[in-house]
Write a protein that binds this ligand. Structure first.
Ligand code: UD1
Ligand code: CA
Length: 463
């Protein structure tokens, strides 16, 4: 049976005390609602329909692959579904209801829920859990045969119902016609005056339809995020899950508590991740690398056998056998070709560093195309910005740039060129030439002694 996801993500998340809607908050660099959408897709749902409301201008741009519906008044989870009903017009498959603030749900669990639902020929299947403390959750009420009769919200529970330990995770699978065809039966006659989606189970059970359930094995999957504390707790769970998998796949970690890897990152085996390393976004790291300590790479592609120590990298491409750091800042558009070296206190932006070329110390290289086997002396800088435009520097193969060379762009240094230390290069240099731009040095013999004598004489006169 075809399955589509319906993700409830319109709530404000008041307890986050944030200007940002709750589902746009990130866990390991990925917005909460994206975790849920991606889990639904990975579980085989053909579409994700997301209901947004609070801060929707911040949430909608995260959901370009989703069907969007709006809930502008928060009248409860039943109302949320009503707001999306039109987007399922004519659909006969099943609808998996997920919450935008429950990012740890596994695709395999969603899959199992759909399979159990189909196997039981159910109209609705609820994913239940038995948390240590059921306070605040809807309780699963069963009839004398043990079938699900309905769900009662905490605020509507009798004292006996409060003792029920099986709770609603907030995740369901419904047959679309059963769900959508009965929405008009939901009412607001309850403690919170809301349309409860949970009432749908009793409505279906009372009309003789099969309502079934599946207990989640790992309660962590149903952790909802309502506060910053819960966000940190869920992040810990996600971090452990991802790092355990990475270690199982052959990645070494000195301390997995101190490594944060996003869910869409790939790391090759025999790579070592050292403490305070964060790999975020669509980053991919090859095999045999040493990354960290103290390194953050966002949307970077790194080849094999690279070493990155104390590096911040954003949208860079590094080929094989690159060493970078300690303390390098590699900005978008940086392309490091095989065997290149970027050393300490070096910043690179929108530049290609050719095969085997080295930028070892204290340099800024921006808007530069550098050939192969170039050596950049300490403190050399491409002066790429004239206050209005960014200009290009080109450096040919095998060139040797003396320390403290200023390359005032636009400028082209040919192949096999050499610059004298401290030269300010404002004109192109032809292939094979030495360029030297500095005033002649003057040595004044005996000056120091004469100077000291003069100072002592003045001291005597003053006393
Ligand atoms: C809900 C369930 C409860 C379950 C719990 C699990 C209902 C009535 N209750 O309670 O049985 O144990 O989840 O966490 O469904 N939302 C909207 N619009 C609304 C209201 C909610 O989009 O008008 C979204 C929220 O953003 C959230 C989700 O629906 O993602 C759940 O809403 P929430 O208010 O957190 O539900 P609970 O009261 O916790
Ligand atoms: Ca509520």
């Amino acid at each position: 049976m075809e399955a589509k996801a319906l993700i409830l993500a319109a709530g404000a998340g008041t307890r986050m005390k944030s200007n940002k809607p709750k589902v746009a908050h990130e866990m390991l660099g990925k917005p909460l609602v994206r975790w849920v959408v991606d889990a639904a897709h990975a579980a085989g749902c053909s579409d994700a329909h997301v209901v947004i409301g609070h801060g929707r201008e911040q949430v909608e741009p995260l959901l370009d692959d989703c069907v969007i519906a709006y809930q502008l008044e928060m009248l409860g989870t039943g109302h949320t579904v009503m707001c999306a009903a039109d987007t399922f017009e004519g659909y006969q498959g099943c609808i998996v209801v997920l919450c935008g603030d429950t990012p740890l749900i596994r695709p395999s669990t969603i899959r199992q829920l759909i399979e159990a639902h189909e196997k039981n020929g159910a109209a609705a299947t609820v994913l239940t859990m038995k948390p240590e403390n059921p306070f605040g959750y809807g309780r699963i009420v069963r009839d004398t045969q043990g079938n699900v009769a309905g769900i009662v919200e905490e605020k509507d529970c009798t004292p006996e119902q409060k003792l029920i330990d099986e709770c609603n995770s907030g995740i369901f699978c419904f047959n679309a016609p059963d769900l959508l065809g009965n929405l008009d039966k939901l009412d607001r006659n309850n403690a919170q005056g809301e349309y409860y989606l949970t009432d749908m189970l009793a409505i279906l059970a009372q009309t003789g339809r099969v309502v079934s359930s599946m207990v989640v094995e790992d309660n962590d999957e149903c952790l909802g995020i309502n506060s910053r504390g819960q966000l940190a707790a869920a992040t810990k769970v996600a971090q452990r899950r991802i790092n355990d998998q990475l270690m199982a796949d052959g990645i070494t970690m000195l301390d997995p508590e101190l490594v944060w890897v996003g869910p869409d990152v790939r790391v090759g085996n025999d790579t070592e991740l050292l403490p305070l390393t964060m790999l975020i976004g669509k980053t991919s790291i090859g095999t045999g690398c040493v990354i960290g300590p103290n390194t953050r790479l966002t949307d970077c592609t790194v080849g094999n056998n690279c070493s990155f120590e104390e590096v911040v990298g954003i949208e860079i491409q590094a080929e094989d056998s690159i060493s970078a750091g300690p303390r390098a800042y590699l900005r978008p558009g940086t392309h490091l070709c095989e065997n290149a070296h970027v050393g300490t206190h070096v910043e690179i932006k929108k530049s290609t560093i050719g095969k085997g070329s080295k930028v070892p110390h204290l340099s800024y290289i921006g808007d530069c195309t550098m050939g192969e086997n170039v050596n950049i002396g300490a403190g050399s800088i491409t002066c790429n910005y004239d206050g209005v435009n960014k200009n290009k520097t080109v450096i040919g193969d095998n060139s040797f740039i003396g320390s403290d060379t200023m390359m005032v762009a636009p400028v082209t240094l040919g192949a096999n060129t050499v610059t004298g230390a401290s030269s300010c290069i404002t004109q192109d240099i032809p292939d094979g030439a030495l360029a030297i731009e500095r005033s002649k040095q003057v040595n004044i013999e005996g000056w120091s002694q004469r100077h000291m004598d003069k100072l002592r004489e003045k001291e005597r006169a003053d006393s």
